[in-house]
Design a protein around this ligand. Sequence first.
Ligand code: MTE
Length: 336
Amino acid sequence: MLIKIPQVNSLNENDVTDEVIYQQRRTFFKKLGFVGAAGLLAQSQKSQAGIFDFFNKEVVKPFQVKPLNYKKAHHNTEVLTPEAKVTSHNNFYEFGAKKHQPAQLAQNFKVEPWALTISGEVKKPITLDYDDLFSCFDIEERIYRLRCVEAWSMVIPWLGFPLASLLKKAQPTAKAKYVVFETLYDPKQMPGQSNRRLGGGITYPYVEGLRLDEAMNPLTLLSVGLYGKTLPPQNGAPIRLVVPWKYGFKSIKSLVSIKLVEKQPANTWHVLMPKEYGFYANVNPKVDHPRWSQASERRITSGGLFTQNRIKTLPFNGYAEQVAHLYKNMDLRAYF
Ligand code: MTE
């Protein structure tokens, strides 16, 4: 999120083209010295399947996602962001601070075996292994808007189960007031964790937190898939949080720990830049980020070249009816 977002009137090809394809075109172009339009098209089509070198040899095999059984969402009135964009324009600093890097650097990520622990102020601590993530709860589709603090947004058909279902099983004690989430720490697999430049200067593991009532809200989802399949690694495989009324940085990926605690925990972006990122991070068009106006956003769709898709940002990302009551009598400017 340290990256400067261009003004609407200064969009370049990088802003309107799938980032992975854009980067691969650049590499391809450099190696060739020049290239014709037909060559570029063939290369960009291939790149959807894997990462190819100049001689069309696949250098990184794409991570294998699997189809999931799930209950379909009842209705959706919004245009979905194409899957190719959802899986190639990512923020996952453990795999690089640039949007195209996670899709390139995460393809060898190992999700099996996996262990997610629920601990702390609970009567029944739980550990879920990889298979449990897909079998202990009914998986449903939830089509949510994802609004990044950098002022771009997507509409994503997530698959998952409410965080509340898992927390209820663990039975929070009376002392539990907050929930702390932690991403896997494994610098061998996540190159950004040992390379400060690649990892954007973050001290890892990435951590996040919610108040217990926010965590128990029915909208708060633990996602294990998108577009009908398990999550690709760049989107947070095998399990991540999705909190649709908050800026995207709250939606922490590749979770290994959920801990219930008494006191408000630290969260990664707040620790890194406390004046810019708060704990609450509720989407709020009236409270600007020091570097980005939050009044509007660029919706990433399948739009062609020069499509700007600039839309107004809604309070709580359009979910005010479901969540505004959680913040009654709170000064949302002070608790940003
Ligand atoms: N989780 C971890 N562990 N590391 C990250 O860098 N980035 C966050 C969030 N979760 C991040 C993370 C940010 S800033 C955003 S906007 C969303 O993931 C992006 O999710 P997406 O790549 O699936 O669109």
